[in-house]
Design a protein. Structure first.
Length: 135
């Protein structure tokens, strides 16, 4: 009787572990964390003292929003959200939030095209504010 109980518990444990491993990546996604990290980096960008640093943090923001498969993702820049999921936009299921995030990503791409530090910093501050509203 004792051997059966141990064997039965092992099978239950095995089944639970197999189920967790088989879950799709989206089930492990942290869109809220990605949005929060993107907002944090937009804030860093808005406080930068050089265009190079402002652009770097704005790239981090965009990478967190769009993820590796998204428009504007720059693999040469860091992706501080790489362990959180596929990007805030692909990981967000709410249609209204997704639309807002897409507008914010567009604004980040537009700001990255600017060569004026003050413009980038102003846009980055607005992006940080907008991301705070999405959460």
């Amino acid at each position: 009787m004792m051997k059966f109980r141990v064997l039965k518990n092992n099978w239950v444990g095995f089944a639970l572990c197999a189920g967790l491993v088989a879950m799709p990546l989206a089930a492990h996604a942290d869109a809220s964390g990605e949005i929060s990290t993107a907002a944090q980096h937009a804030g860093f960008s808005s406080q930068a003292t050089s265009l190079k640093v402002a652009d770097m943090h704005l790239h981090h923001t965009l990478n967190c929003l769009v993820g590796p498969g998204g428009r504007g993702f720059d693999a040469k820049q860091a992706n501080p959200c790489s362990s959180m999921g596929k990007g805030a936009i692909p990981d967000t299921s709410d249609a209204t939030a997704k639309k807002s995030l897409e507008r914010i990503a567009y604004r980040a791409r537009r700001a990255l095209a600017s060569k004026d530090l003050d413009t980038v910093k102003k846009d980055a501050a607005a992006i940080q504010t907008e991301l705070g509203k999405v959460q």
